[in-house]
Design a protein. Structure first.
Length: 201
């Protein structure tokens, strides 16, 4: 791809580093921005810079937040006795989009995967156990993608929670085994949350 401008080439290279964005799509985005008013580009640059500087991790659930506590954890209308354990932010957003769940969340930051060198110590497991020990949580829902690594993670967590009085449940298997949670349709995922079942330890 030949460019008449080094500035355009740099902008295309920058956009092409984003996931799912090839060089042709990156060029389309750059040319689109050039056709817009300068204020549009400045607004985009400011929004990205502010996000990168201001975003932080919720000290309760490890969700992305503007403050120390995310909007979900701070919402008094949510059921604070219910915690849904998810692998990452995309899974949390997928469940929120269903409109079927009104409890809190806990992001693990991944799943146990010995092949990739990810063990329990690399995940937010200790903070989950600390939340449960406070005694306010009555149920922990395991909403982790039904893969071998996901099942291993759920089994490990259920064993760790065995000594507590908390109920451990898993989303119903409307989600196919081996699939990623974030790609499940909203209706299936919503029903899986509502029809959750006790996890057999």
């Amino acid at each position: 791809m030949n460019f008449s401008s080094k500035l355009i080439e740099k902008a295309v290279d920058a956009f092409a580093t984003l996931p799912g964005i090839g060089r042709k799509t990156a060029l389309r985005l750059v040319l689109h921005l050039l056709r817009q008013d300068k204020s549009v580009t400045e607004q985009l640059a400011t929004a990205l810079s502010s996000m990168r500087e201001g975003i932080r991790e919720c000290r309760e659930c490890h969700n992305l937040a503007d403050e120390d506590i995310c909007r979900i954890c701070a919402d008094p209308r949510r059921d604070h006795s219910l915690v849904c354990v998810v692998e990452n932010i995309r899974d949390l957003m997928a469940i929120e989009d269903t409109g079927q769940y009104r409890g809190l969340y806990h992001l693990l930051g991944g799943i146990i995967s010995p092949i990739e060198g990810i063990g329990p110590a690399d995940l937010h497991i200790d903070s989950l156990l600390e939340r449960v020990q406070k005694g306010e949580i009555r149920e922990v829902i395991m909403a982790i993608s039904p893969t071998i690594e996901g099942e291993t993670t759920v089994y490990y967590l259920s064993k760790k929670l065995q000594l507590s009085a908390v109920l451990v449940s898993a989303i119903a298997r409307g989600v196919s085994f081996g699939g990623d949670l974030e790609y499940a349709d909203e209706l299936t995922l919503g029903r899986s949350i509502v029809a959750r079942i006790p996890y057999v330890r």
